[in-house]
Design a protein around this ligand. Structure first.
Ligand code: PCA
Length: 325
């Protein structure tokens, strides 16, 4: 009975997944982790719509936003096993799968969008290789605005937040919290407001978008623009599902993916400005980091880059070299 219950969602999905009558349209399901207000989710909807239009309705992708179909950490496995055909994932949460996925959450390795693009181009071949081993194909990425520090009081040095509870959203951010002398606690985006108000976390590092969407002014007061890294989501498709489509339809998907990726990198800057203004308009004190805070954090970034490189120097050193060239 229990087994049957566990299998039910997968069974239900595979029954509705393939053919819908009468146009012989293929129906695909695309879980995404974040809510509709986020840039990556808006792009996901447009990506699906563009494919539907361009294919004359032959491929109909249903976007299930906000982790409504499955929890975020379950999405990579669901795509890998073909439970869903494609899905969106925050790259950093796969950090324990292979260290290449950690390129995305290393503090002060790439802090503006030009550097982040360059790092991405350097990391991409290895990312594609690792995804391929897991039966997945990379379609596109969307960057988040730069990641900065949210707290309940002003912070001018790490000593000011020593011993507090810091939200983590990936293996790398757990390590960062350790090195900041704070205690890491993994909390998914929808749970952030409650985690703050019940004292599970006291601080977090994330984008102005995630703070603005979660109405951070209800439970904290300071946003210090450390702009420590620019992480990304990627959208991946199950290789077998993709190969089953005819060549024209495959090309339609790849074209829509290229357009989605270009749009993300173009729009993220405006999004960052808009969401930072929303934080300030709602009373959060937005400030530049002190010299001391910045240099303490940059030192942690150096440590984390070194630790990261050692995890697999054969694969990672050439990437770092290509990035720094
Ligand atoms: N928001 C997501 C990922 C990065 C970001 O800016 C989060 O906080 O989980």
């Amino acid at each position: 009975m229990k087994l049957l219950k566990n299998l039910m969602p997968a069974l239900a999905l595979s029954i509705i997944a393939f053919w819908t009558h009468p146009a012989l349209a293929t129906k695909w399901h695309m879980p995404t982790p974040y809510g509709d207000a986020n840039l990556p989710t808006k792009i996901a909807y447009d990506f699906a719509e563009q494919i539907k239009q361009a294919s004359g309705g032959k491929l109909d992708i249903k976007v299930h936003s906000g982790a409504s179909l499955m929890k975020h950490p379950e999405i990579p496995r669901a795509v890998r096993t073909g439970q869903v055909q494609l899905g969106e994932v925050f790259i950093g949460i796969m950090g324990n799968t292979h260290p290449i996925f950690k390129h995305d959450n290393i503090p002060f390795l790439a802090t503006d969008y030009v550097q982040a693009q360059k790092l991405w181009q350097a990391a991409k071949p290895e990312i594609e290789k690792q995804l391929s081993k897991e039966g997945m194909i990379l379609l596109y990425t969307v960057p988040w605005p730069a990641q900065s520090l949210y707290t309940k009081k002003p912070v001018s040095a790490l000593a000011d937040i020593k011993g507090t509870k810091m939200r983590a959203y990936s293996p790398s951010t757990s390590r960062l919290a350790d090195l900041m002398n704070t205690t890491p606690t993994t909390v998914q985006v929808p749970d952030i407001p409650q985690a703050f108000s019940t004292g599970i976390i006291d601080a977090m590092v994330t984008s102005p978008s995630t703070g603005a969407n979660g109405q951070a002014w209800d439970y904290l007061s300071h946003f210090t623009e450390i702009k420590a890294w620019i992480p990304k989501n990627f959208v991946v498709v199950n290789k077998r599902a993709f190969k089953r489509l005819d060549k024209a339809l495959q090309q339609t998907i790849l074209d829509a993916a290229a357009a989605a990726e270009a749009r993300g990198w173009t729009e993220v800057l405006d999004q960052e400005a808009k969401d930072t203004k929303t934080l300030a308009d709602n009373g959060i004190v937005v400030s530049k980091p002190s010299k001391q805070l910045l240099s303490e954090l940059k030192a942690i970034g150096v440590t984390m880059t070194e630790e990261w490189k050692k995890e697999n120097s054969q694969a990672l050193e050439p990437i770092l070299k290509a990035y720094k060239n």
